[in-house]
Design a protein around this ligand. Sequence first.
Ligand code: BDP
Length: 674
Amino acid sequence: MNYTMCWLEYRKLPENTISNLKDWFSSVSILESDASALKNEIREFSEKSLDITPRFHSRPLKKKKYIMIGSLDSLPFGIEEDPGEEGFILRTQNWNGSKILVVTGKTKRSLVYAVFDLIRRIRLGEDIEKMNVLEKPKAKFRMLNHWDNLDGSVERGYAGNSIFFKDNRIIVNQRTRDYARLLASIGINGVVINNVNVKKQEVLLIEPVYLKKLKRLADLFREYGIRLYLSINFASPMYLGGLDTADPLDERVARWWREKAREIYDYIPDFGGFLVKADSEFNPGPHMFGRDHAEGANMLARALAPFGGVVIWRAFVYNCLQDWRDYKTDRARAAYDNFKPLDGKFDDNVIVQIKYGPMDFQVREPVNPLFGGLEKTNQILELQITQEYTGQQIHLCFLGTLWKEILEFDTFAKGKGSYVKRIVDGTLFGRENNGFAGVSNVGDSVNWTGHDLAQANLYAFGKLAWNPDEDIEKIVEDWIRLTFGDDRKVLENVSYMLLKSHRTYEKYTTPFGLGWMVNPGHHYGPNPEGYEYSKWGTYHRANWEAIGVDRTSRGTGYTLQYHSPWREIFDDINTCPEDLLLFFHRVRYDHRLKSGKTLIQAMYDLHFEGVEEVEKFIRKWEELKDRVPYDVFERVRERLHTQLEHAKEWRDVINTYFYRRTGIPDEKGRKIYP
Ligand code: BDP
């Protein structure tokens, strides 16, 4: 094996812990047939962490202490609580003269989750004798989206090549299994393996040549409770079926999709469904045929419905060639303008997948007003785990803190308490088919994520999707301890770095909700006007006296897409949260912030501060030499140094830009341009 196992790296536990656990793990009774994934995991853990090889039995035992694993139906006694379809119970109790740790749930998938959770708890030091856990995931869909191309490249991938594709072939190997283990251990239950941009030459993925191998992949995923999904090209009936249209209301098109669905399900009976990027950034969609998104999505949904599949339809729809001369055009409005009128028109097995903000995964954006705007539509919150605009896994940027803020945002859709997390878990509007999607940050690099510490983003995504109420500090702490062991110093320093890193990145790049000052195309590194005069533009319209787009009711009207009191709060420059000030308002550089500083001075200060914080991260990391594995230490250290260099570049380019625009010098007399 030439890659690490991230938080599943089972290291030997301390001797006293081992002696307490040996009895429990030496014989394990598994009342399920076909439990190889469970057995493998228990064996792997026991051998590596406890130095024993467990024996498996298919019946209850006569033994003082042991672990009994089985679905609720298979247990020789009743259990009152209802763990739901995917939840589980871990409980130590007396039964039939033995002390047993019962590991149970309703479904195969729930048992997988239970076993991973048991191992996790033990590794974190929980007492097996006192185990009493009932866990249920809050949201039904907990998915990863891979933007992997069939040729093996990964769109916006910063961790090497695809783990699923190489030279137009599908890979199924030990690494695929290990990936499934990683995902199951954090509760992910669905994976879209191919890019949302399905190029013409990639439509073949839903043809038998590929379905045979996809079946093998799906079989492997299934052992870990993961369903396979595919991105499709809306015009497939034209490319593959020889039709002259892909009009969703044309019966020939609908029939083609019905037959295609049947064919796919013949190979993969529990196929999850389709992810569709339609009428967006040159991808075909129903608009091409004069139909709307609901008509497009429902047609596909009806083809999948007989087999239990879903259509996940992305709300990332905007005019990417907007006319930048037109002051009224505002990309921020696009998702809401496109989808709000369709609320209630989607079938039950359609889910609209919405990016967290109205633009495109900037370092900070307001929460997309479709959350709270849509009441009668299933919704998935789309987050970007891959760090496209947040440092491309060269910069340390832990995103869990940002995601937590998004989830805790109160939309006021049904009055106070209408949090985003209650929308995505389905409870606010009483919807079942809701959840989370994260654009994966994984590739075939040795550590899966390029930056070793970016593994924390993947981990935190899964944990928040399972339970958005969990404290982000706790998630970080667990990840560090599972990954690096129990060294206090490591815990202290790494959690300091992770929890601060997003703010730090924001400070030296684009604070105040500005976003976008990146190099066009690849999106790395500073370029203050990179998108300013571009057809793909998103504009800040800086001149000598002010910057920002007026998105208030007096401007583009974007604030009106929010419920009260947000529309009023965002509308007023005095109440608008300052970290989103330039998203909502056009602001003079001499505008006084709450701190008493002018906007321009705060801009300078934040950029200097951001760089100083990176310097501090480096000091914190240096202290961990010999406390974390040598190769990890070196890899992270190297990236931190690159980050520092690039953070300085950001600071200098952005500060110089503002200095030259305004002619206002830094009050503190620091050197602004190199
Ligand atoms: C943008 C990416 C682009 C994706 C697009 C999307 O730059 O590569 O195709 O989002 O989400 O962030 O469809």
